[in-house]
Design a protein around this ligand. Sequence first.
Ligand SMILES: NC(=O)c1ccc[n+]([C@@H]2O[C@H](COP(=O)([O-])OP(=O)(O)OC[C@H]3O[C@@H](n4cnc5c(N)ncnc54)[C@H](OP(=O)(O)O)[C@@H]3O)[C@@H](O)[C@H]2O)c1
Length: 231
Amino acid sequence: MKQATVVVIGGLSGIGRAVAERAAAEGARVIAVGRRAAPPGWPAQIETATLDITDEAAVERFFSELGALDHLVVTSGPVIGSAKLAELDVNAAKEAFDVKVFGQLRAAKQAARYLARTGSITLTSGLLARKAVPGALVKATMNAAIEIMGKTLAKELAPLRVNVVSPGMVETGMWGEMSDEDRQALAAKAGSGLPVGRVGQPADLAQAYWLLMNNGFMTGAVVDVDGGGLL
Ligand SMILES: NC(=O)c1ccc[n+]([C@@H]2O[C@H](COP(=O)([O-])OP(=O)(O)OC[C@H]3O[C@@H](n4cnc5c(N)ncnc54)[C@H](OP(=O)(O)O)[C@@H]3O)[C@@H](O)[C@H]2O)c1
Protein backbone atom coordinates (compact mmCIF):
# COMPACT_ATOMS: atom_id res chain seq x y z
CA MET A 1 0.00 0.00 0.00
CA LYS A 2 2.96 2.32 0.45
CA GLN A 3 3.15 2.75 -3.33
CA ALA A 4 -0.58 2.45 -4.02
CA THR A 5 -2.76 5.18 -5.44
CA VAL A 6 -6.20 5.24 -3.82
CA VAL A 7 -9.12 7.38 -5.03
CA VAL A 8 -11.98 7.94 -2.59
CA ILE A 9 -15.04 9.55 -4.19
CA GLY A 10 -17.03 11.00 -1.30
CA GLY A 11 -13.72 11.26 0.54
CA LEU A 12 -14.09 14.84 1.76
CA SER A 13 -16.44 13.97 4.62
CA GLY A 14 -17.88 11.24 6.83
CA ILE A 15 -17.03 7.62 6.08
CA GLY A 16 -15.04 8.49 2.93
CA ARG A 17 -12.83 10.91 4.82
CA ALA A 18 -12.06 8.23 7.41
CA VAL A 19 -11.11 5.83 4.59
CA ALA A 20 -8.88 8.49 3.00
CA GLU A 21 -7.17 9.21 6.33
CA ARG A 22 -6.66 5.52 7.03
CA ALA A 23 -5.12 4.84 3.61
CA ALA A 24 -2.89 7.94 3.86
CA ALA A 25 -1.74 6.92 7.35
CA GLU A 26 -0.66 3.56 5.87
CA GLY A 27 1.45 5.41 3.29
CA ALA A 28 -0.75 5.36 0.18
CA ARG A 29 -1.11 8.29 -2.18
CA VAL A 30 -4.73 9.29 -1.62
CA ILE A 31 -6.98 11.54 -3.68
CA ALA A 32 -10.22 12.49 -1.91
CA VAL A 33 -12.95 13.62 -4.28
CA GLY A 34 -16.24 15.49 -3.85
CA ARG A 35 -18.25 18.38 -5.24
CA ARG A 36 -17.10 20.88 -2.61
CA ALA A 37 -13.61 22.18 -1.83
CA ALA A 38 -11.71 20.55 1.04
CA PRO A 39 -12.89 21.78 4.46
CA PRO A 40 -10.63 24.00 6.62
CA GLY A 41 -7.85 22.08 8.39
CA TRP A 42 -7.73 19.41 5.68
CA PRO A 43 -4.70 17.07 6.12
CA ALA A 44 -1.92 18.24 3.78
CA GLN A 45 -0.85 14.70 2.77
CA ILE A 46 -4.27 13.90 1.22
CA GLU A 47 -4.77 15.31 -2.27
CA THR A 48 -8.23 16.55 -3.22
CA ALA A 49 -10.18 16.96 -6.45
CA THR A 50 -13.56 18.38 -7.35
CA LEU A 51 -15.97 16.12 -9.24
CA ASP A 52 -19.71 15.64 -9.56
CA ILE A 53 -20.32 11.92 -9.90
CA THR A 54 -23.53 12.56 -11.86
CA ASP A 55 -21.51 14.13 -14.72
CA GLU A 56 -20.28 11.21 -16.84
CA ALA A 57 -17.98 13.36 -19.02
CA ALA A 58 -16.36 14.84 -15.90
CA VAL A 59 -15.89 11.38 -14.36
CA GLU A 60 -14.30 10.14 -17.60
CA ARG A 61 -12.00 13.20 -17.72
CA PHE A 62 -11.02 12.79 -14.06
CA PHE A 63 -9.80 9.21 -14.51
CA SER A 64 -8.11 9.82 -17.86
CA GLU A 65 -6.18 12.76 -16.38
CA LEU A 66 -5.26 10.76 -13.26
CA GLY A 67 -4.09 7.66 -15.17
CA ALA A 68 -3.10 4.50 -13.31
CA LEU A 69 -4.57 3.78 -9.89
CA ASP A 70 -4.72 0.79 -7.55
CA HIS A 71 -7.91 1.14 -5.55
CA LEU A 72 -11.20 2.96 -6.04
CA VAL A 73 -13.52 3.53 -3.09
CA VAL A 74 -16.89 5.20 -3.61
CA THR A 75 -18.80 6.54 -0.60
CA SER A 76 -20.62 9.45 -2.26
CA GLY A 77 -24.33 9.48 -1.53
CA PRO A 78 -27.27 11.85 -1.51
CA VAL A 79 -29.01 13.21 1.57
CA ILE A 80 -32.52 11.85 1.22
CA GLY A 81 -35.39 11.76 3.70
CA SER A 82 -38.03 9.12 4.33
CA ALA A 83 -41.36 9.03 2.52
CA LYS A 84 -44.04 6.40 2.21
CA LEU A 85 -45.22 5.48 -1.27
CA ALA A 86 -48.18 7.89 -1.39
CA GLU A 87 -45.92 10.87 -0.61
CA LEU A 88 -42.93 9.72 -2.66
CA ASP A 89 -41.42 12.36 -4.95
CA VAL A 90 -40.37 10.20 -7.90
CA ASN A 91 -38.18 12.92 -9.42
CA ALA A 92 -36.27 13.30 -6.14
CA ALA A 93 -35.91 9.51 -6.08
CA LYS A 94 -34.44 9.59 -9.61
CA GLU A 95 -31.95 12.26 -8.57
CA ALA A 96 -30.91 10.16 -5.57
CA PHE A 97 -30.45 7.11 -7.79
CA ASP A 98 -28.35 9.21 -10.16
CA VAL A 99 -25.88 9.95 -7.36
CA LYS A 100 -25.84 6.74 -5.41
CA VAL A 101 -26.50 4.01 -7.99
CA PHE A 102 -25.56 5.45 -11.38
CA GLY A 103 -22.79 7.52 -9.78
CA GLN A 104 -21.09 4.36 -8.47
CA LEU A 105 -21.66 2.68 -11.83
CA ARG A 106 -20.09 5.62 -13.70
CA ALA A 107 -17.11 5.69 -11.36
CA ALA A 108 -16.54 1.93 -11.70
CA LYS A 109 -16.91 2.09 -15.49
CA GLN A 110 -14.53 5.00 -15.99
CA ALA A 111 -11.95 3.82 -13.43
CA ALA A 112 -11.88 0.17 -14.55
CA ARG A 113 -9.59 0.74 -17.54
CA TYR A 114 -6.97 2.47 -15.38
CA LEU A 115 -7.15 0.20 -12.31
CA ALA A 116 -4.32 -2.26 -11.64
CA ARG A 117 -5.53 -5.84 -12.19
CA THR A 118 -4.31 -6.58 -8.66
CA GLY A 119 -6.35 -3.68 -7.31
CA SER A 120 -9.93 -3.25 -6.13
CA ILE A 121 -13.17 -1.33 -6.27
CA THR A 122 -15.16 -0.92 -3.06
CA LEU A 123 -18.70 0.40 -3.34
CA THR A 124 -21.09 1.49 -0.59
CA SER A 125 -24.66 0.29 0.04
CA GLY A 126 -26.43 0.44 3.41
CA LEU A 127 -28.31 -1.70 5.92
CA LEU A 128 -31.70 -0.88 4.39
CA ALA A 129 -30.81 -3.02 1.35
CA ARG A 130 -31.88 -6.06 3.37
CA LYS A 131 -34.13 -4.61 6.08
CA ALA A 132 -37.65 -3.62 5.07
CA VAL A 133 -38.58 -0.36 6.80
CA PRO A 134 -41.73 1.54 5.80
CA GLY A 135 -40.77 4.92 4.31
CA ALA A 136 -37.29 3.78 3.29
CA LEU A 137 -38.21 2.55 -0.18
CA VAL A 138 -35.74 4.72 -2.10
CA LYS A 139 -32.78 3.98 0.18
CA ALA A 140 -33.67 0.27 0.22
CA THR A 141 -33.88 -0.07 -3.55
CA MET A 142 -30.70 1.98 -4.17
CA ASN A 143 -28.72 -0.06 -1.67
CA ALA A 144 -30.03 -3.39 -2.96
CA ALA A 145 -29.06 -2.37 -6.51
CA ILE A 146 -25.51 -1.61 -5.39
CA GLU A 147 -25.09 -4.97 -3.67
CA ILE A 148 -25.91 -6.96 -6.80
CA MET A 149 -23.90 -4.44 -8.87
CA GLY A 150 -20.85 -5.29 -6.77
CA LYS A 151 -21.31 -9.03 -7.21
CA THR A 152 -21.91 -8.74 -10.96
CA LEU A 153 -18.87 -6.52 -11.47
CA ALA A 154 -16.74 -8.88 -9.38
CA LYS A 155 -17.30 -11.52 -12.08
CA GLU A 156 -17.22 -9.16 -15.07
CA LEU A 157 -14.06 -7.31 -14.09
CA ALA A 158 -12.12 -10.25 -12.59
CA PRO A 159 -9.30 -10.52 -11.65
CA LEU A 160 -9.94 -6.95 -10.44
CA ARG A 161 -11.74 -7.40 -7.11
CA VAL A 162 -15.06 -5.65 -6.44
CA ASN A 163 -16.71 -5.54 -3.00
CA VAL A 164 -19.39 -3.60 -1.16
CA VAL A 165 -19.48 -2.20 2.38
CA SER A 166 -22.94 -1.92 3.93
CA PRO A 167 -22.97 0.60 6.78
CA GLY A 168 -25.58 0.70 9.51
CA MET A 169 -26.22 3.94 11.41
CA VAL A 170 -22.99 5.95 11.36
CA GLU A 171 -22.64 9.41 12.88
CA THR A 172 -21.91 11.66 9.89
CA GLY A 173 -23.34 14.66 8.05
CA MET A 174 -25.62 12.20 6.25
CA TRP A 175 -27.96 12.56 9.22
CA GLY A 176 -28.64 16.16 8.07
CA GLU A 177 -28.36 19.53 9.77
CA MET A 178 -29.15 19.41 13.50
CA SER A 179 -27.88 20.82 16.79
CA ASP A 180 -25.18 18.94 18.70
CA GLU A 181 -27.78 18.20 21.37
CA ASP A 182 -30.23 16.66 18.88
CA ARG A 183 -27.39 14.70 17.25
CA GLN A 184 -26.29 13.24 20.59
CA ALA A 185 -29.89 12.38 21.48
CA LEU A 186 -30.41 10.65 18.12
CA ALA A 187 -27.12 8.74 18.46
CA ALA A 188 -28.00 7.63 22.00
CA LYS A 189 -31.52 6.52 21.03
CA ALA A 190 -30.42 4.68 17.87
CA GLY A 191 -27.40 3.15 19.62
CA SER A 192 -29.41 1.83 22.56
CA GLY A 193 -31.40 -0.38 20.16
CA LEU A 194 -28.29 -2.05 18.72
CA PRO A 195 -26.53 -5.16 20.09
CA VAL A 196 -23.28 -3.16 20.45
CA GLY A 197 -25.08 -0.36 22.32
CA ARG A 198 -23.88 2.51 20.13
CA VAL A 199 -24.05 3.87 16.58
CA GLY A 200 -21.01 3.63 14.33
CA GLN A 201 -18.22 6.14 13.85
CA PRO A 202 -16.55 6.70 10.45
CA ALA A 203 -13.34 5.01 11.70
CA ASP A 204 -15.31 1.79 12.39
CA LEU A 205 -16.23 1.73 8.71
CA ALA A 206 -12.76 2.66 7.45
CA GLN A 207 -11.44 -0.63 8.85
CA ALA A 208 -13.76 -2.59 6.56
CA TYR A 209 -12.79 -0.63 3.43
CA TRP A 210 -9.14 -1.12 4.38
CA LEU A 211 -9.67 -4.88 4.72
CA LEU A 212 -11.37 -5.09 1.31
CA MET A 213 -8.60 -3.10 -0.39
CA ASN A 214 -5.93 -5.35 1.09
CA ASN A 215 -7.36 -8.87 1.24
CA GLY A 216 -6.60 -10.42 -2.17
CA PHE A 217 -9.00 -13.31 -1.52
CA MET A 218 -12.10 -11.11 -1.07
CA THR A 219 -14.28 -10.30 -4.06
CA GLY A 220 -18.05 -10.15 -4.54
CA ALA A 221 -18.45 -9.68 -0.78
CA VAL A 222 -20.94 -7.44 0.99
CA VAL A 223 -19.52 -6.59 4.40
CA ASP A 224 -22.05 -5.45 7.00
CA VAL A 225 -20.63 -2.93 9.46
CA ASP A 226 -23.78 -2.09 11.35
CA GLY A 227 -23.35 -2.86 15.05
CA GLY A 228 -25.72 -5.81 14.58
CA GLY A 229 -28.47 -3.62 13.12
CA LEU A 230 -29.57 -6.31 10.66
CA LEU A 231 -30.13 -8.90 13.37
N1 LIG B 1 -24.17 7.62 7.81
C1 LIG B 1 -25.04 6.63 7.80
O1 LIG B 1 -25.77 6.43 8.80
C2 LIG B 1 -25.15 5.73 6.60
C3 LIG B 1 -25.98 4.60 6.68
C4 LIG B 1 -26.09 3.75 5.58
C5 LIG B 1 -25.41 4.04 4.41
N2 LIG B 1 -24.63 5.15 4.37
C6 LIG B 1 -23.93 5.43 3.11
O2 LIG B 1 -22.56 5.67 3.34
C7 LIG B 1 -22.06 6.54 2.31
C8 LIG B 1 -21.23 7.65 2.94
O3 LIG B 1 -22.09 8.51 3.66
P1 LIG B 1 -21.60 9.35 4.91
O4 LIG B 1 -22.40 8.90 6.06
O5 LIG B 1 -20.13 9.34 4.99
O6 LIG B 1 -22.18 10.80 4.53
P2 LIG B 1 -21.49 12.14 4.02
O7 LIG B 1 -20.46 12.59 4.98
O8 LIG B 1 -22.62 13.06 3.71
O9 LIG B 1 -20.75 11.70 2.69
C9 LIG B 1 -21.36 11.70 1.44
C10 LIG B 1 -20.39 12.32 0.46
O10 LIG B 1 -20.96 12.22 -0.84
C11 LIG B 1 -20.49 13.34 -1.57
N3 LIG B 1 -21.40 13.57 -2.69
C12 LIG B 1 -22.74 13.76 -2.66
N4 LIG B 1 -23.20 13.97 -3.90
C13 LIG B 1 -22.12 13.88 -4.73
C14 LIG B 1 -21.94 14.01 -6.13
N5 LIG B 1 -22.98 14.26 -6.95
N6 LIG B 1 -20.69 13.88 -6.64
C15 LIG B 1 -19.63 13.64 -5.85
N7 LIG B 1 -19.74 13.50 -4.51
C16 LIG B 1 -20.97 13.63 -3.96
C17 LIG B 1 -20.55 14.49 -0.56
O11 LIG B 1 -19.59 15.48 -0.88
P3 LIG B 1 -19.96 16.81 -1.65
O12 LIG B 1 -21.21 17.34 -1.05
O13 LIG B 1 -18.74 17.65 -1.53
O14 LIG B 1 -20.18 16.39 -3.07
C18 LIG B 1 -20.11 13.80 0.73
O15 LIG B 1 -18.72 13.94 0.95
C19 LIG B 1 -23.27 7.01 1.50
O16 LIG B 1 -23.40 6.24 0.34
C20 LIG B 1 -24.43 6.70 2.43
O17 LIG B 1 -25.65 6.49 1.74
C21 LIG B 1 -24.47 6.00 5.42
